[in-house]
Design a protein around this ligand. Sequence first.
Ligand code: FDA
Length: 298
Amino acid sequence: MLNKIVITLMPLVPKKIIHLVAKKYIAGDILDDAVRITQDFAKQDGMTTIDVLGEFVTSKEEATAEKEESLRVLDAIKKFDLPTTLSVKSTSQGLDIDEEFAYQNIKEIVTKANEYGIFVRLDMENSPYTDKILNFYRRFRAEGLDNVGIVLQAYMRRTEDDINSLLALKPSIRLCKGIYKEDSSIAFQGKEEIRENYKKLLRLILNNEMYVGIATHDEMLILDALTEIEKRGLSKENYEFQMLLGVREKRRDNILSQGHPMRIYVPYGTDWYGYATRRLKENPEMAGNIFKAMFKFQ
Ligand code: FDA
């Protein structure tokens, strides 16, 4: 209840308070921060995926700057031989401005990554972009760029059909619940029905021998996935777990120590507000944390 009130009032909360409570979800302002976190996590045999913060950009200049930064990430991955991939938001590359412009930007990134042997994951955004992002993926594969993967959201009613329509391509899929606010006509709303769909989709992916990134912090879904992995005798070539930086770190390290591949999503950059507020809204202790941070500023 209190969390709901704070979510409604969040736009009124000063940015410095949001930053104080949300900074654990973000590597820092610069690429070196993401490199450092990747190198630290690699010491435990963990992997990361690096994301340049930014989304829904409205000018070609901003999109070009985002692309240039992503290209710098690729250079850093190669230079330091990091166990990481790149995650890209299509709206950061100009999808809202001009679809073909965004495609060409991402293609430049994916092509360079392909030369370097680096994998690129297209993050999934809200429903107006779903078809466009999936079409980008299909175009890349048609052009022989196989170092690219997608994200599918279990809350979307369409996802089962999307998986079935992509079977021939055997995509690498990150399966998550989905974070954006969507209408009940197109997306499941209840916690249980989203969970049930997640389990069903995970089985569909595994039955069709596709690589899956199990991207969740939900204990019930983690336990369900562990049972499936064991039952099917899956090897590390078939799956990995994925979590967000700063979330359920003890459980993350525990899964890793049991020998399962684990990747964390490591965003960095100065355009942190949208990402940070989405993470705060998912934190069950969010209201308390914001109140505590407010007192610090008194
Ligand atoms: P849920 O939100 O129910 O969380 C389960 C439990 O985890 C909570 O009860 C709490 O204990 C803990 N928890 C979760 N979030 C927390 C937080 N912020 N702070 C503290 N505790 C927290 N979405 C999308 O639409 N497109 C995308 O491309 C991606 N990409 C992506 C990559 C990766 C690696 C992950 C892990 C997630 C995404 N997501 C995403 C986000 C995803 O859709 C979803 O919103 C979040 O993962 C939260 O859902 P859970 O499955 O963790 O369940």
